[in-house]
Design a protein around this ligand. Sequence first.
Ligand code: 5GP
Ligand code: MG
Length: 178
Amino acid sequence: MKTILDEQQVRDGVQKMARQIHETYGDDPLTIIGVMTGSLVLLADLIRLLTMPLRVGVVQARSYRGATTTAGQLTLNTDLLPDVAGRHVLLVDDIFDTGQTLLSLVKHFDTLGSTSVRSAVLLRKHGRQAVRLQPDFVAFEIPDEFVVGYGLDYQDEYRNLPYIGALEPADLVAESRS
Ligand code: 5GP
Ligand code: MG
């Protein structure tokens, strides 16, 4: 495994993103929605850097993919969602790849009567986007490699690595990812 972003770089990037979020929302109350499970670590670090009145919820988005990189059908589980009507919502996800996941989520939240819906991601993969939507906050641009750590998994492992690493192609077997 090759390190793409070490622990200190990740920390600096998350702090910078928190400052940008403060610049956008000021002291307005904010509802942060983490997209499970990949955003778990980012969510925990980010919310502790935010000082406005904050609510936190999670949503699970699962896309089934085959060996190809095209996005599959997206399934949303919104059981753990707080009431977001009349609130500023910030969706937090681990990585913006094709953008399908975030696009579907933003569309869903647009129907729930939120005052605003924005999105923040730790990583944006270069040259992969297939939608017009762009996240409002991005901590890092990365090359088109399969990355793990800081919440991101490969076959449900590696989420606990405190840094972001890229798996070598030889380590990857054709498998669904979510
Ligand atoms: P999108 O819908 O933007 O194509 O994909 C977003 C989701 O795909 C992410 O939330 C993540 O679960 C998964 N994904 C995309 N690229 C990677 C990657 O390089 N590593 C890991 N672990 N997951 C990825
Ligand atoms: Mg995900």
